[in-house]
Design a protein around this ligand. Structure first.
Ligand code: ATP
Ligand code: MG
Length: 394
């Protein structure tokens, strides 16, 4: 029955002159999301509205709804019936036919909510409300009008074509990806970092990712798990360039030269340095991690300070004030949880000390890093040169 979807967007509506840019981004992201869906669509802007109209004979309604639910910037969308203006009587017939098709039982309460965006329509919205309400009551005598708390809100928008709809499906909100620049996500196989990436992408930020892989201590399966997670995040963020850094030699070198209780913190400083290198080369404006205060030894305020010290660009930590349970809930909602809990080791778990420092001193850590002077530059360069970049699409 539905051949089009009316897209409602919130925040981007208030951006003044930038509004057009944002709308264009949203149109682009919607096209992108609908690409893999069974069916062909035309996505267009029209008088402060965005429509995704079906142009193929058939399409998969459920797939379309699922795809639109993932597009940041969409506040809600309505499966809509578009009809040509052929006079009020024809409109009333169309509306009644629509209601009969959309609802098996017609004993609902309703309210007509008309909007006349095209002012040359011969009736104003109040007149449409009243006249249509009567027509519906006549044709469907089991219905009742309830203007305060209707079960069915029959929306009519008079535009180039007339829009008839009564269902509103919530979207994810946020801003269209690409409207806010690009950032580099440090993506591990855990629960937190995919959620962090999702949250920053939701604000309109395009995502690239860096994963530190430590073969043979971490298996191909562990790497595949990270690719799988990137694939799920890409459903929301669009394609992700994933840089897989071979981190083994750096880790072994730190292991050989530095006190073991400092391994994690020093390793994290090198992760930040390398991620930053790729971030700079790929026009990213910041780094993103899944850190949250106090979650583990490397995420105390002192550890975060010492890790952060090597960063020359902003580090976005959207989970910083979240409890684990809250993060788990988001990961379940966005669909990364089941993958995140697959039991593959990551490079940190192999090299963790029994008693890592929880209050590292910057001076001490810097001193320890001096012991790496001989080879570390060469090893970093090698890690950068041998990095494999994978384009991950949903
Ligand atoms: P996550 O659940 O995201 O793995 P975590 O609770 O295991 O986080 P840590 O291992 O301390 O916490 O990692 C903190 C953050 O550092 C991660 O959220 C991620 O952004 C980054 N990180 C950790 N390990 C890696 C890795 N192997 N590759 C890329 N980034 C990593
Ligand atoms: Mg982890």
């Amino acid at each position: 029955m539905y051949r089009a979807f009316l897209i409602k967007y919130g925040e981007i509506g208030v951006k003044g002159k930038n509004r057009y840019v944002f709308e264009d981004m949203l149109v682009k992201q919607i096209r992108f999301a609908l690409n893999p869906v069974d069916g062909e669509f035309e996505v267009r802007k029209e008088q402060g509205r965005i429509y995704a109209e079906v142009i193929s004979d058939e399409y998969d309604y459920d797939e379309t709804v699922a795809a639109l639910k993932n597009v940041f910037g969409i506040v809600a969308f309505c499966p809509v019936v578009l009809v040509d203006d052929e006079g009020f009587d024809k409109l009333a017939e169309d509306v009644v036919r629509y209601l009969k098709a959309a609802y098996q039982k017609t004993d609902f309460t309703f309210k007509v909510n008309a909007r006349r965006a095209r002012k040359n329509y011969p009736m104003n919205s109040m007149e449409i409300n009243a006249a249509l309400g009567e027509k519906i009551l006549d044709a469907l005598p089991e219905t009742k009008v309830d203007v305060h708390n209707p079960e069915v809100m029959v929306s009519i928008e008079v535009r180039n074509q007339i829009n008839i709809y009564s269902t509103e499906i919530p979207g994810p909100g946020g801003m269209p990806v690409g409207s806010a620049g690009r950032a580099m996500l440090l993506l591990s196989g855990g629960i937190d970092s995919p959620v962090a990436g999702y949250m920053i992408a939701k604000r309109g930020v395009e995502i690239e990712a860096t994963y530190f892989h430590a073969p043979p201590y971490t298996s191909e399966r562990a790497k595949q798990k990270v690719v799988d997670l990137a694939k799920i995040v890409a459903k929301y963020s669009g394609p992700i360039k994933l840089h897989v850094v071979n981190f083994t030699d750096i880790q072994l070198y730190i292991y050989e030269k530095c006190p073991h209780e400092e391994l994690t913190i020093i390793m994290r400083r090198y992760m930040m340095r390398i991620a930053q290198h790729f971030a700079e080369n790929h026009k990213c404006l910041g780094l993103i991690t899944g850190e949250s205060i106090g979650q583990v030894a490397s995420q105390t305020m002192q550890s975060l300070m010492v890790t952060n010290e090597v960063c020359e660009m902003p580090v976005y930590r959207p989970l910083i004030g979240f409890d684990k349970q809250e993060i788990v809930e988001i990961s379940e909602k966005i669909g990364t949880y089941e993958t995140s809990i697959q039991p593959f080791e990551d490079c940190c778990t192999i090299f963790v000390a029994k008693h890592p420092v929880t209050k590292p001193s910057l001076k001490v850590i810097r001193n320890s890093e001096k012991k790496l002077e001989e080879k570390i530059d060469e090893l970093m360069q090698e890690a950068i040169d041998t990095t494999e970049t994978i384009l991950v699409e949903a």
